[in-house]
Design a protein around this ligand. Sequence first.
Ligand SMILES: [Zn+2]
Length: 298
Amino acid sequence: MENHQDALQRFVFESTPVRGNIVNLSQTFKQALHQQQMPTGLRRSLGELMAASALLSATLKMRGSLVLQIQSKGLLKLLVVECNSDFGIRATAKWDEAVTDTQDLFELIEQGQCMITLDPKDEGQAYQGIVPLEGNSISEVLENYMLRSEQIDTRIWLSCNGESATGMLLQKLPETVNQITTTHDLDTWNRVCQLANTLTDSELLNLPAETLLTRLFHQEEVRLFEQSPTQFYCSCSRVSVANMLRMLGSEELESIIEERGEIEVNCDFCNTLYRFDKIDAAQLLAAEPLNPPSSAMH
Ligand SMILES: [Zn+2]
């Protein structure tokens, strides 16, 4: 049962500073990983991270992209997910070939780091926060991150069965001068978190957002906003690849051409292959960048 559409559903608990959102990724998840073979356990973890990227993205005011990365020196090298303000999501992973299907993400991590990058689309500086991996699940790691670096109380529930990935986030907005958190607000926060803790993976994965919210919070006053669709989206392009190559410098590019006859760049996210022959390479070195190099290209 997974007939509900891929979407992100925002909601607030009326007259309280508590808000949240729920995301369902089925097609988005499948399309994003369609070209990538990876061990089952890793695939599920990447699904959870994809759901988390949409949940966190929905809490941001800026337009641009949010990149979540888990890096480690163990058998897992990298999990990376990018979500833009229109909930276009892409994801990929790097791991040692010794990883098996049944291994849990946290068995594979050594000296892990969690990195969150906010890259505003129009103006403003990119922001990057790095914290050591604390916790035994992706949701725990991100909750700790939000509390430590953003001082925002955040609870996150994630689930992925290998076919679809879903998640729910609850957040208590911080106190401001005019908006003091009352005991009532704190009670609401504690109560809704307790209710949400009763959520099972099966409910999270199978119930449409509205049904889930009614089931969990039927005694609360929950206001739903319009749903936003989510989709797989890769921002790579020939122009962005050309800009990245240009940064390598003429010497490097010429030596690759000398050695292999052409330059091939494969996008890790969508598996698109970009080819540049000798003439293309000469042209791209002569030309000015068409747009600023995308920081999303690694
Ligand atoms: Zn791509």
